[in-house]
Design a protein around this ligand. Sequence first.
Ligand SMILES: *[C@@H]1O[C@H](CO)[C@@H](O)[C@H](O)[C@H]1NC(C)=O
Ligand SMILES: *[C@@H]1O[C@H](CO)[C@@H](O)[C@H](O)[C@H]1NC(C)=O
Ligand SMILES: *[C@@H]1O[C@H](CO)[C@@H](O)[C@H](O)[C@H]1NC(C)=O
Ligand SMILES: *[C@@H]1O[C@H](CO)[C@@H](O)[C@H](O)[C@H]1NC(C)=O
Ligand SMILES: [Zn+2]
Ligand SMILES: [Zn+2]
Length: 288
Amino acid sequence: MAAKLSHQLFGAILVLFVLNPFVTKSRPLKFESFEDLENVRINKVKQFLRAYGYYPGEADTSDDRFEFDDALESALKAYQEFYSLDVTGEIDSNTIKAMSTPRCGVPDINLQQTSNYVLNPGRRKWDKFDLTYNYLSNSSQVADLDQLKQAIAGAFATWRNYSKFRFSEETTQGAAADIGIGFFRRDHGDGSPFDGPADPSRLRNVLAHAAYPGFPYMFLHFDADENWSVYPTSRSDTDTETVALHEIGHNLGLAHSREKTAVMFPDYNGTRRTLDPDDIAGLTELYK
Ligand SMILES: *[C@@H]1O[C@H](CO)[C@@H](O)[C@H](O)[C@H]1NC(C)=O
Ligand SMILES: *[C@@H]1O[C@H](CO)[C@@H](O)[C@H](O)[C@H]1NC(C)=O
Ligand SMILES: *[C@@H]1O[C@H](CO)[C@@H](O)[C@H](O)[C@H]1NC(C)=O
Ligand SMILES: *[C@@H]1O[C@H](CO)[C@@H](O)[C@H](O)[C@H]1NC(C)=O
Ligand SMILES: [Zn+2]
Ligand SMILES: [Zn+2]
């Protein structure tokens, strides 16, 4: 109930904010009730920036004070720079819009480097090129899993085309595989619960997440609450192959790129089933 109420509140804030995009930290707030909404908004933004690696501290801690502090301003600037937005250091409407776009749950890493692509923090990589994957048992909770599997196989084939990697599905029950793929709802035991169906009036909308090489448990998880499609016909469908292509990039060792046309850009913006030169350059650099 409390969570539902806060979502509704946040919807109200968003409407207010879109109508009046120039309310910033420096403006005096007129109404006590509006100030409360403003405070909730600041904390939602803080939580977003913390979850994606821009604001210091652990993700999803509850000790947020209602404060627009210097760390929040720097975090906003780093986020705006990564997303090629105007670097205002303020919670403006373009920033809110970018934050509510459905995206990958893996944090962005802003290393101030000259390339757009970014390699994973320890530059960890596979020491073999023949990889196997399997489907975890809970995957059966999505409809048409066999079709979705074909879309995911298509994504593996695309990476195969531009690398030394070869991928095959391990279908033997109980046999180990290098990468475990699954469709899960909400809390699924890895400390990063999914957030239910994407909702554009909400700041964070996670579609999927995946592990970098060397992680003790190599996973590629899809949020089962999205409308996974092999041929999207509307904005409420999410193209499975597009998201798989992105997440497999993490499994191979790539982090998020700030190049908007790259598969490794964190946001989902419709079907994009081919790699960008930036993605290929990143993988080539890691495995050279
Ligand atoms: C692989 O590359 C060839 C040549 O560049 C291209 O024609 C083909 O469509 C690619 N296949 C995939 C699955 O990306
Ligand atoms: C796995 O599926 C079962 C039955 O559909 C469900 O009760 C359970 O919550 C699921 N577990 C996860 C981690 O999604
Ligand atoms: C899934 O599709 C249904 C029917 O088109 C729609 O009502 C719902 O909002 C969609 N879910 C998401 C997460 O987009
Ligand atoms: C999303 O895709 C559309 C065209 O399909 C493009 O015009 C727009 O710039 C893209 N947005 C981002 C943030 O890349
Ligand atoms: Zn990602
Ligand atoms: Zn997960």
